[in-house]
Design a protein around this ligand. Structure first.
Ligand code: FES
Length: 305
């Protein structure tokens, strides 16, 4: 080997291996400083839009949850328990907002101690759906980027460098699989609300009908079903640990359910975002039809009294 060839081999060796041992961390050639990057696309658009969207949803649901509570701040604005913007009952049916379902009305027969009657029912109900969404694999990615800049975006420098994974307080994210079971329980409850919404009563008269509100509730159940059954944890419960998809009827059923869950899972992000919007819209529809400030009417499309 001539001098030049030997020199080149030696140089390459020192660049690739001579300076770093196999286990060393090799610093990436990334710009440093919050938001610094070589990317030329509008990488900030996605996280900013997500922060805006999730921010509105969180503020709206919190405000609505507290609206039906007997808080002084709402009393001052003429809004406290008793405004009853939880359900439309003007047609003789019962169109209940999903934020208040299952309906908890404390009274002397209820298990709730009187001291906490001032709490809004939504505060008990939303713990589980909020826990389910807050620990969802998709939402974690979305709000870690949107709110915590951890990371800011791919190949974009973030304000904090230490990456510790989901340790410390974040181990609560492991509760996701348990929240999933709670979320599954809400699906029959919300389906029952759809059923109540098509039953009309007045005195002894009972009949059926469909209002715009019933359809809004129905779409809500469909959206939440798509979101919940496409959950990664649900898919794992259905198909995890199965090597046999064919030998028994049960195995074949599991396989079909797993395939269905996988299909939904492929669009989990869409189900997550659209179902959240629809839950809030459903609540807003009920609110707008029950508060005279909006003057909305829940029109009967078919049947009814
Ligand atoms: S991973 Fe999103 S709901 Fe379970």
């Amino acid at each position: 080997m001539g001098f030049t060839a030997k020199y080149m081999v030696g140089t390459l060796w020192s660049v690739n291996w001579g300076c770093y041992d196999m286990g060393d961390k090799i610093p990436l050639p990334m710009k440093k400083g919050f938001g610094a990057t070589d990317r030329i696309d509008a990488w900030w658009r996605g996280p900013s839009a997500m922060a805006f969207y999730l921010g509105i949803m969180v503020v709206y649901s919190t405000w609505r949850g507290f609206m039906e509570a007997d808080f002084w701040i709402f009393e001052d604005f003429g809004r406290s328990a008793g405004t009853q913007t939880m359900a439309i009952e003007s047609n003789g049916s019962h169109v209940l907002s999903p934020l208040f379902s299952p309906l908890i009305i404390p009274d002397e027969h209820s298990w709730m101690p009187e001291e906490i009657w001032w709490l809004s029912p939504a505060m008990f109900i939303l713990i589980f759906p909020a826990g389910f969404r807050g620990t969802c694999y998709y939402y974690r990615k979305a709000y870690y980027r949107a709110f915590f800049q951890h990371p800011t975006a791919c190949a974009v420098s973030k304000p904090w460098n230490a990456y510790k994974g989901e340790t410390g307080l974040l181990v609560v994210q492991n509760l996701h699989r348990y929240f999933m079971y709670a979320a599954l329980a809400y699906l029959p409850i919300l389906s029952y609300d759809v059923w109540l919404s098509i039953n009309f009563h007045e005195g002894d008269v009972h009949t059926y009908g469909i209002t715009v509100g019933s359809l809004v509730l129905l779409v809500n159940v469909i959206m939440l079903t798509g979101y919940t059954l496409g959950c990664h944890a649900f898919r794992h419960v259905i198909g995890g640990g199965s090597n046999d998809w064919t030998s028994t009827g049960l195995a074949r059923l599991k396989y079909k359910m797993w395939k269905f869950s996988t299909k939904l899972n492929e669009k989990h992000k869409d189900w997550a975002l659209y179902s959240l919007f629809w839950v809030m819209f459903t609540d807003f529809y009920v609110y707008a039809c029950t508060d005279p400030m909006f003057g909305w009417t829940d029109y009967v499309l078919w049947g009814g009294l």
